[in-house]
Design a protein around this ligand. Structure first.
Ligand code: PEP
Ligand code: MN
Length: 342
């Protein structure tokens, strides 16, 4: 349930409502707009008399929130959220490009990719150090050594960094070296990991589960925010459908649907959703046109010899061409590409 205060309600009236809610054993989530303040109520509403609330001074009206996610809900927080990641941010007005290899393979490989993606306009370097591979015999990642290379690449290029975490141990290591952690599709409903991510203090990129509905995905985000970490970014990375021509099906409609349901930034991953470098460009452009706040794209210096996800990785030339092709799409959508803009 949310309490919508009258425009320019007095601070004293707002405080009176908050104190009434808290005295009834419920928690409050405050969203202060330019004119209107919204007070979100989290907890067991049976403890509260809604009718009493309506007679408080400066209360305009009460809106029931039927969805189980509250803190992630747009009704609780009507303005779009911007999430700060290292020295960049993800949110309205810009298109943030996260790019880099699927897996960190060596110091040289990462450094060379970091320089190339930066030159092409990316502001966040991605690189997997813990790889949740489908086969246990595939390359599993360099773990902490890979995270150290991410830190070095940041120091050399100024790029912010993101790395996937798959366990508490990985989170503990990641906080020492990177700016943002990623919860992958396979762990979207690993509720223990979500809670740990919520306590990590780092912004979290939450990828959509392979078979997760938007509602389940937003509830997963709620787990992180409920631990006191509001810095969550959602990433549409394709869902499993009957179609086999692509690795997954990029659910582009999830972007406008999420806009209505949540205030959290939304980015798209055209690499894991299509599984082929050939389709990355068109789907990246489509995602920008659908108003995504950013893109995650896999880039490799030598895709044919990549230790993971080579077929969907762009080489430097293709990535550079794509970022310049994205420029008119960004202009059309009123977004600046990267920090400086184009
Ligand atoms: C990745 O980003 O490298 C990855 C494994 O993605 P997903 O969890 O979307 O499959
Ligand atoms: Mn990958």
């Amino acid at each position: 349930m949310i309490v919508v205060m009258k425009p320019r309600a007095a601070q004293q009236s707002i405080r009176a409502v908050i104190s009434y809610i808290e005295k009834n054993g419920l928690q409050v989530h405050l969203s202060e707009g330019e004119e209107v303040t919204i007070i979100g109520i989290v907890g067991d509403k049976s403890k509260l008399s809604t009718e009493n609330l309506t007679i408080f001074k400066d209360v305009d009206h009460i809106v029931p929130v039927t969805e189980s996610y509250k803190l992630a809900n747009r009704k609780f927080h009507p303005e779009a959220t911007t999430v700060r990641v290292g020295n960049t941010s993800i949110g309205p007005g810009s298109l943030t490009i996260m790019a880099g290899p699927c897996a960190v393979e060596s110091e040289d490989q990462l450094m060379c990719i970091a320089r190339a993606v930066k030159a092409a306009g990316a502001t966040i370097l991605r690189g997997g150090a813990y790889k949740p591979r489908t086969s246990p015999y595939s390359f599993q990642g360099l773990e902490e050594e890979g995270l150290k290379y991410m830190q070095e690449a940041k120091a050399c290029t100024g790029l912010s960094t993101i790395c996937e975490v798959v366990s508490l141990e990985a989170i503990e290591a990641a906080v020492k070296y990177v700016d943002m952690i990623q919860i992958g599709a396979r762990n979207m409903q690993n509720f223990i990991l979500l809670k740990e991510a919520g306590q990590s203090g780092l912004p979290v990129l939450l990828k959509r589960g392979l078979c997760a509905t938007i509602d389940e995905w937003l509830n997963a985000a709620e787990y992180i925010i409920a631990e006191g970490n509001p810095n969550v970014v959602l990433c549409e990375r394709g869902i499993r459908t009957f179609e086999t021509a692509t690795r997954n099906t990029l659910d582009l409609s999830a972007i406008p649907v999420l806009r209505t349901r949540t205030h959290l930034p939304v980015i798209a991953d055209p690499s894991h959703s299509t599984g082929s470098y050939k389709y990355v460009g068109p789907m990246a452009k489509a995602a920008v046109a659908a108003d995504a706040d950013g893109l995650m794209i896999e880039v490799h210096n030598d895709p044919a010899h990549a230790l993971s996800d080579g077929p969907q990785s762009l080489n430097f030339e293709k990535f550079m061409a794509l970022t310049s092709e994205l420029a008119p799409f960004c202009r059309l959508m009123g977004r600046k590409l990267g920090e400086e803009g184009i």
